[in-house]
Design a protein around this ligand. Structure first.
Ligand code: GTP
Ligand code: SAM
Ligand code: SF4
Ligand code: SF4
Length: 326
């Protein structure tokens, strides 16, 4: 079974958000105060999340990335992941995290069958890290990253959302990190949110690459099985690699393979496509065949791309990265 959308793209990757809560408050993701968290009864139960995942896999999804909010703050996440990983037909179970809880949970994640981790780390300086995350401790994130390495995960992808004047002075420090460690450090263009003046902060991926190329000899890497939305590069002689995720200026929409389901059970064909489709009535009706058909319908209605340029108001009122899962 495979899911092909109306533009001929094969949709085989589900980003499943398990919570909209988080132990950090990153400036680019959540407002300082008054983030409206979903009441507990509106968050899908693990049973319902499993039903959605099961029907998505039956329809053609092969990879599930568990995200949030911070997925590791949801109670019961490890047994849930172990059950998710056992779904027949699912080939990859991966997770995106801020790393803060990995010190205590990395081993459990490995045992639950999570295959790879993408970890957000926006600064290597304690003060800047704390400023961006509104109070997070860099040492917690770094020890989490180390614990995950010790638990036997393959080299991590490290996600860095660049913000002009905030952490772009650290680009070369992150480049140096790839010389010492086998990580794939990915610089991400700041995407629109309600939490601030994103236009002033967003740095085009092309500029980042130019700045690196002024200092280092870099070579482009061929797209690999795990390169995802990033264009990847390597500084000559480095153990790790660099990625550019041009979420705003770039054009990975043409090869987009994703579907999203939020913790509230809203399915979206595109990160930026409005409110999405509410799966809860179908879950409540208990008809999994209809659920699978709805997943196919959403894939059919998936837009060609984000089309932000043509929009008078962006982002839409319903848009919160922490609520959608990035
Ligand atoms: N515009 C856009 N941004 C995305 C999409 N998927 C992920 N991102 C962004 O890319 C960054 C990294 O996301 P991750 O959660 O690490 O996932 P990923 O890069 O898709 O992961 P893999 O391809 O599975 O390695 C985040 O800023 C996401 O918000 C997408 O489909 N569209
Ligand atoms: C919403 S977070 C959820 C997972 C986890 N809490 C974390 O931070 O890795 C998923 C990804 O979205 C990214 N993200 C959040 N807001 C963003 C924004 N405005 N622009 C670009 N990336 C963003 C984060 O950096 C992270 O890599
Ligand atoms: S990016 Fe991740 S860690 Fe930061 S506030 Fe959003 S959900 Fe939390
Ligand atoms: S913006 Fe939409 S279509 Fe483009 S890559 Fe992201 S999810 Fe896919």
């Amino acid at each position: 079974m495979s899911l092909i959308d109306s533009y001929g793209r094969r949709i085989n990757y589900l980003r499943l958000s398990v919570t909209d809560r988080c132990n950090l408050r990153c400036r680019y993701c959540m407002p300082a105060k008054g983030a409206q968290m979903l009441p507990h009864h509106e968050i899908l139960s693990f049973e319902d999340l499993l039903r959605v995942a099961e029907q998505a896999v039956a329809a053609g999804i092969r990879k599930i990335r568990v995200t949030g909010g911070e997925p590791l703050v949801r109670r019961g996440i490890l047994p849930f992941l172990a059950r998710l990983g056992r779904l027949p037909g699912l080939q990859e179970l991966v997770l995106t995290t801020n790393g803060i809880l990995l010190g205590e949970m990395a081993r459990g994640l490995k045992d639950a069958g999570v295959q790879r981790l993408n970890i957000s780390l926006d600064s290597l300086k304690p003060e800047t890290f704390s400023r961006i995350t509104r109070g997070g401790k860099l040492s917690d994130a770094l020890s989490g990253i180390e614990a995950a390495e010790k638990a036997g995960f393959p080299p991590h992808k490290i996600n860095v959302v660049l913000m002009r004047g905030v952490n772009d002075g650290e680009i070369m420090d992150f480049v140096e990190l790839t010389r010492e460690r086998p990580y794939n450090v990915r610089f991400i263009e700041y995407m629109p949110t309600h939490s601030g003046n994103w236009r002033a902060f967003s740095i085009p991926g092309s500029e980042v690459l130019e700045r690196i190329a002024e200092r280092y000899l870099i070579e482009k890497l061929a797209p690999g099985e795990h390169s995802g939305p990033a264009s990847n590069f390597r500084v000559r002689g480095a153990q790790g690699s660099l990625g550019i995720i041009s979420a705003m200026t770039g054009h990975f929409c043409g090869s987009c393979n994703r579907l999203r389901v939020t913790a509230a059970g809203m399915a979206r064909g595109c990160l930026f496509s409005g409110d999405g489709v509410d799966l809860r009535p179908l879950l409540a009706a208990g008809d999994d065949t209809l659920l699978r058909q709805e997943i196919r319908n959403i894939v059919q209605a998936k837009p060609a791309g984000h089309e932000m340029k043509g929009r008078a108001a962006f982002p839409p009122a319903s848009f919160h990265m922490s609520g959608i899962g990035g």
